[in-house]
Design a binder for this molecule. Structure first.
Ligand code: 4AD
Ligand code: MG
Length: 462
């Protein structure tokens, strides 16, 4: 059988015979004709199937309801209706699966709230919204792999089970092989989970960066793209407990090179989605957020602005704006600050650089001023931080004193220190929150709606 996307894209000639398989979106029927909108998820639009009462199962066909599954064979004809150029004159309609109880089918073809859809995570892929977000997500992930492949990066599978807390924020989920009901006990009688991974301690990774650095220091240009986990109790529209991250790492690179890579990669993937998924983007532009297409087109042609953290603080202080969180040199920026800078002050993505060392991770390279590090965040208008990255500390003595400052035991990181002992090179990279990217491209307001099964502090997994 053929994909509806291929038929609507004109890959088959008029009058040719096609077989399509999919699900009914809507049916309009009278005693003589039925018009079925059939979709199969391959593209945004369904295709119209025209059935007349000469088919021997016309009676059943005319009673079909939303979500029934069908196989249709017929002739491709020009559409008389507006909007579409092709429809299928059915010669045979096989009903594959009926809907047991149409009146209680949860995904009736109307607009549902995103909250309602989240409660039906197993059925929501059938909606326009989630279907379109899924195709865009797929397009973006291929574009990311293509960008790196074309630019000579190796894709590295970094582990999900780890002992290292890359971000040092203590937000790791414990991985345990122990019997949770009858755990071993400490002297004080309380459960002892300290040696739970076959006698050692282990966690789910918050970032593949430390591992991927080892490959950058051998293969020069590498990246990892996979799930990461954060046990932070953040109930916001930008945070998930399980999210996907893209993390390139470049050897022989300084912060400027890392920033350039981030800008180039984002523009590459924006171009790809504009080229390949206009059908879905038009839906988002019309129904979710006006102007998303124009925003993407503009981003492709706009230079991202580089700005120092210290200058940003100055701008925020002089803005005359009343922020919920006051700004002072040394504070971490909150999303209201980030959005003011990107949306109101500059009106373009900003690559904010050289943050105070005390609000950043131990692995970032200390600048000559002794108080800032070669860190960067990409702040996008409309969402705030979408990328975080840095040049890494490549000097062993400086790294050691930074680890000591933040209370890490250098022995636990002997392998990370070895990279600085044997042929150390300037290197750096960044992490792109993949769900934040998909949310940004689609205009969807909440990252819970761009990942198939969102895990958050208040969602029950299944
Ligand atoms: O800024 P973060 O914490 O940086 C790192 O993890 C570095 N190790 C990356 C690197 O240099 N290789 O996270 C990077 C990005 C953020 O900018 C944000 O887009 C996303 O990951 N992110 C989240 N996305 C969804 N839910 C969460 N809880 C997220 N935490 C971070
Ligand atoms: Mg960050």
């Amino acid at each position: 059988h053929s994909a509806i996307s291929d038929v609507l894209a004109g890959k088959y000639q008029l009058d040719s015979k096609v077989t399509l398989k999919g699900w009914v979106r809507t049916v309009r029927a009278n005693p003589n004709f039925a018009f079925i909108n059939l979709h199969d998820g391959s593209c945004f639009d369904p295709i119209q199937i025209v059935v007349d009462n000469t088919l021997n199962n016309y009676n059943e066909i005319s009673k079909l309801t939303t979500a029934c599954s069908l196989s249709v064979t017929g002739t491709l004809v020009e559409s008389k209706g507006k909007g579409q150029s092709f429809e299928v004159q059915a010669e045979e309609v096989d009903i594959i699966g009926l809907v047991e109880d149409p009146d209680t089918y949860p995904m009736a073809p109307k607009r549902h709230s995103v909250e309602y859809l989240r409660e039906h995570a197993h059925l929501r892929p059938r909606t326009n919204l989630i279907g379109a977000a899924t195709r865009i997500r797929n397009c973006l992930s291929h574009a990311i792999h293509n960008y790196f492949y074309e630019n000579g990066f190796q894709w590295i599978a970094t582990p999900l089970i780890t002992a290292s807390d890359c971000e040092g924020a203590g937000e790791m989920f414990r991985v345990s092989t122990l019997d949770a009901v009858n755990p071993p006990l400490k002297d004080d009688g309380r459960a002892d989970f300290s040696q739970d991974f076959f006698g050692k301690e282990a966690f789910l990774t918050v970032s593949g960066q430390l591992n991927v650095e080892t490959y950058a220091c051998a293969l020069s240009k590498v990246y990892t793209f996979g799930p990461t986990f954060r046990a932070e109790n953040s109930n916001t529209s930008r945070h998930l407990a399980e999210f996907w991250m893209v993390e390139p790492e470049l050897a022989f690179a300084d912060l400027a090179a890392v920033a350039q890579c981030a800008e180039d990669m984002l523009k590459y993937v924006f171009k790809a989605v504009l080229k390949e998924r206009m059908d879905d983007l038009e839906f988002f532009d019309l129904r979710v957020q006006k102007g998303v297409i124009e925003r993407l087109q503009k981003l492709v042609d706009t230079d991202f602005v580089r700005m120092d953290y210290t200058d940003a603080i100055d701008i925020l202080q002089k803005s005359g704006k009343k922020f919920e969180f006051p700004v002072d040199w040394g504070v971490d920026l909150s999303s209201e600050h980030e959005r003011y800078l990107a949306e109101e002050h500059v009106g373009a993505p900003i690559i904010l650089q050289n943050y105070p060392k005390d609000i950043k991770s131990f692995y970032m390279r200390l600048n000559d001023d002794g108080k800032t590090v070669a860190a960067m965040d990409v702040l996008a208008p409309g969402i705030g931080e979408i990328i975080g990255g840095s040049q890494r500390e490549d000097r062993l003595d400086v790294l050691d004193s930074r680890m000591e400052e933040v209370g890490l035991n250098p022995q636990d990181y002997y392998w990370y220190r070895d990279l600085r002992r044997y042929g150390s090179v300037p290197h750096g990279g960044f992490g792109l929150g993949f769900e934040r990217l998909v949310a940004y491209v689609t205009g969807i307001q909440n990252v819970r709606d761009v990942i198939p099964f969102p895990r958050t502090p208040n969602s029950a997994p299944f």
